[in-house]
Design a protein around this ligand. Structure first.
Ligand SMILES: Cc1cc2nc3c(=O)[nH]c(=O)nc-3n(C[C@H](O)[C@H](O)[C@H](O)COP(=O)(O)OP(=O)(O)OC[C@H]3O[C@@H](n4cnc5c(N)ncnc54)[C@H](O)[C@@H]3O)c2cc1C
Length: 456
């Protein structure tokens, strides 16, 4: 069979080869599932996905370490040391990941673009003997009619019979919809109202900036969030020159910038231009990054935009992460199961940990099912034997709880940002935040939560 052809039958079908789907395949193989029992498909051609997440936290690196991926990622990225909240002129609050040292061998947030992370995971999967099949789009699921699972259908008309489907197909998951699983804000809000108006629309871009070496060195230490009356601005340096080269063929340092656009200002363009980004940067960024000489005596400018996008954030959680569908089983992981604001950089991390932990449990279930199938076949029986699903159900419920906790964490985080953003006489929210910045227990607790160590 040609590498990219679909099989007529596979034991486990993974739909989606984003970070979560790739990690799920790796964790299954590392836990004993034979590569020929796994098929992973994606509707996009290789490399067609764009840069999105940029931070990998300690708990995720620990989970990936089990599967031989963590050191490769660490070699490519930058060890971000700090999480900084600032006004336009000075730092208000800085929490250092170093305070996680007693709990992890990764006391930093690894700054690495999602495309580079996917590249490392796909390379590892290929080493383990599985290639992603592309471009194949799942459009249907129906009962196989022989009590052996379900038939998954593709846009091009092909059908694959399978026992297990892992839905790793992102926020608009076809697998979730075809399984009839509801996806909604857990606090009962409408999807559009699930995030505060002022930070619900965001623009992200990867850019180069005309910074001196000294200025670059100051910015290289982690994630900086600037809050002002105009909104929220985020700046993150994106890795070593090798990563800039790999992604953008650029020898210059690349920065991820992000800023909120209040709904009152209308919708941002779908691919924001250099001018649009520069004018928002001048409106919201630290003065030291502005191009306006009235604001910055030593003006700096964006010199190149490599990638830019706008998006709206919302929170939603699938009602269940595991469901019997027709004669088979569906498991949702990653964005297919939970989405929330990117504040705190949690989305991809949570998905990677869903996938890393699913491996041992699903591998055991699928191997036992296979053994029983063989026994049944030798007895001349047709229908698949039933293998107890309790472990899968418990795992699914535990991951759902993690999803819910993370939605709450990001909502709380945004509430704090919004609180600081609101213009008030004497700016007392800023004072309160400055006061808290002197309490080291609050700062270490924040980085512990962000790093996922308390929510693996
Ligand atoms: C603009 C933006 C910025 C973000 N920033 C951050 C951040 O800073 N930090 C962070 O942690 N997270 C961030 N996220 C979230 C992060 O990107 C996601 O959490 C992460 O990509 C989820 O991975 P996934 O594998 O679950 O889904 P995805 O990455 O969405 O991958 C799903 C895959 O499934 C494929 N697919 C979809 N439908 C089908 C189908 N029917 N058949 C076959 N294949 C299909 C898609 O092509 C895709 O490759 C951001 C997201 C966006 C949109």
């Amino acid at each position: 069979m040609a590498q990219n052809m679909l099989p007529t039958e596979t034991q486990i079908l993974i739909v989606g080869a984003g970070p979560t789907g790739l990690a799920a395949a790796i964790s299954l193989i590392c836990n004993g599932v034979e590569p020929y029992n796994i098929t992973i498909v994606d509707c996009l051609e290789k490399g067609a996905n764009t840069s999105r997440a940029i931070g990998i936290h300690a708990a995720t690196l620990e989970a990936l370490d089990t599967y031989g991926c963590a050191s490769r990622l660490v070699n490519l990225g930058i060890k971000g040391q700090a999480w900084r909240v600032a006004s336009r002129s000075s730092t208000i609050f800085q929490a250092n990941f170093e305070s996680n040292s007693p709990y992890t061998e990764y006391p930093f947030v690894l700054i690495l673009e999602q495309t580079a992370t996917e590249h490392v995971l796909e390379e590892r999967l290929e080493e383990l003997g599985v290639e992603v099949k592309r471009p194949w789009r799942v459009v249907g699921m129906k009962d196989s009619g022989d009590c052996r699972g379900m038939d998954v259908t593709f846009e091009s008309g092909e059908t694959v019979r399978t026992k297990y489907v892992i839905g790793a197909d992102g926020a608009r998951s076809a697998v979730r919809q075809l399984s009839g699983i509801n996806f909604a804000d857990p606090d009962g809000k409408s999807i559009d109202d699930s995030i505060d108006d002022r930070v619900a629309q965001m623009v992200l871009a990867d850019v180069s900036i005309s910074l001196s070496e000294e200025q670059s060195a100051v910015l290289a230490s982690g994630v900086s969030i600037t809050v002002s009356d105009s909104g929220m601005f985020v700046l993150i340096p994106l890795g070593k020159p090798s990563v800039s080269e790999l992604l953008y063929n650029s020898s210059e340092a690349v920065y991820r910038v992000g800023f909120s656009v209040p709904r009152a200002l209308g919708e941002p363009p779908s691919k924001p231009s250099l001018e649009y980004i520069q004018s928002n940067l001048d409106r919201q960024a630290p003065f030291a990054l502005c191009s306006d000489p009235k604001l910055n005596p030593d003006p700096v400018r964006i010199t190149k935009v490599y990638w830019s996008t706008r998006f709206r954030t919302h929170s939603a959680l699938a009602d269940v992460f595991f469901k019997r569908v027709h004669g088979g089983f569906v498991f949702l992981v990653g964005d297919a199961a939970h989405v929330h604001s990117p504040a705190g950089g949690q989305g991809m991390n949570l998905g990677l940990r869903d996938a890393a932990g699913l491996g041992p449990i699903l591998a055991e279930h699928s191997i036992r099912t296979r053994e029983r199938q063989k026994l049944h076949a030798s007895d001349g029986r047709d229908a698949d034997p039933e293998v107890d699903t309790t472990a899968l159900e418990i795992y699914a419920a535990s991951r759902r709880k993690r999803g819910l906790d993370t939605i709450r964490l990001t909502k709380n985080f945004l509430s704090v940002i919004n609180f600081v953003l609101k213009p008030r006489l004497l700016n007392w929210p800023l004072w309160i935040m400055t006061f808290f910045s002197h309490i080291s227990m609050i700062k270490s607790r924040l980085v512990y939560r962000l790093s996922g160590l308390g929510n693996r």
